[in-house]
Write a protein that binds this ligand. Sequence first.
Ligand code: MRU
Length: 359
Amino acid sequence: MNVNGYPQRTIWPTADNSAVEIIDQTKLPHEFVTLLLESMRDAERAIRDMQVRGAPLIGVTAAYGVALSMRHHASDAALKATCDMLLAARPTAVNLRWGVERMRALLAPLPAEQRAAAAWQEAGVIAEEDVAINRAIGVHGCDLIRAIYQRTKSTVNILTHCNAGWLATVDWGTALAPIYAAVAENIPLHVWVDETRPRNQGASLTAWELGQHGVSHTVIVDNAGGHLMQHGKVDMVIVGCDRVTARGDVCNKIGTYLKALAARDNGVPFYVALPTPTIDWMLQDGVQEIPIEERAAAEVTHISGLADDGQIHTVRVTPLNSPVANYGFDVTPARLVTALITERGVVQADEKSLRELLL
Ligand code: MRU
């Protein structure tokens, strides 16, 4: 998607293939800064500190992390240590495990001296696959937006939560891919952007990328969605996800479940966009089985932003001694999901439909 009118990806190899570059997403929307990842430890830190984030991008960054590591140490022990370290960086997005295990499966049977070249090539393939998958999600999701427009003949209002746009993937995004595809077709639409406390991925990232691409949008506080739905101001909800169980339960950024409840109560369709590598076939009951990342209290107790002096300032918003809990994700049961938008088509959120999709 575009930044300042030019196409941009979130991760790309340097011209000499010695490293990868990323956009440091912790600096957006106030600064556009790129960073060089030269080692596995750089990749692991970028994932842990959320300089890259979003399930698909975490998976691709981890794959490049394995590739960078193999250049220095390609023994079986080094491969295992690398995979273990990357897998521990963030627990919830299954794409991390998917990316690392795909690299391990390719590299483990190879002689050590062949691993570095094979790993670099495979990481590039995974990145390109992500772009193609998201483009296809866009095509299928656009059909849903177009159908609403053909029925209402007025601007389609779409609510989204967190950032599941191109910044969360290599390009296009998942939840926002149908929106970019619809904009390219000149379907009139408007996006309600949940701010997504505590890290404000909606206010900082989704709003920024939609603005860069010229998409009409409005940032709302996280608690406004239900009110807007009650007043007929939301035609559909599209969110991304970090893990989907075999039976279609959806794990996504904290607060997604409440949006699904409000959507159900108001008859608003609730769609989840996902690349099929986000399905965790090993799990059924998302509420009981998906590990939910708990993050630092400082994300809740403090907030950062651009002050009038042009500097980024961080201030405390809670009393000094109030305890804080910071759950990163929640699970929306499949029964609240209208349908899943995948690269292979739009399907019901149940195991039979998901398995048929992959036949
Ligand atoms: O904590 P984050 O910013 O990595 O969380 C991201 C989300 O919850 C996204 O909505 C999800 O990963 C889907 S990304 C296409």
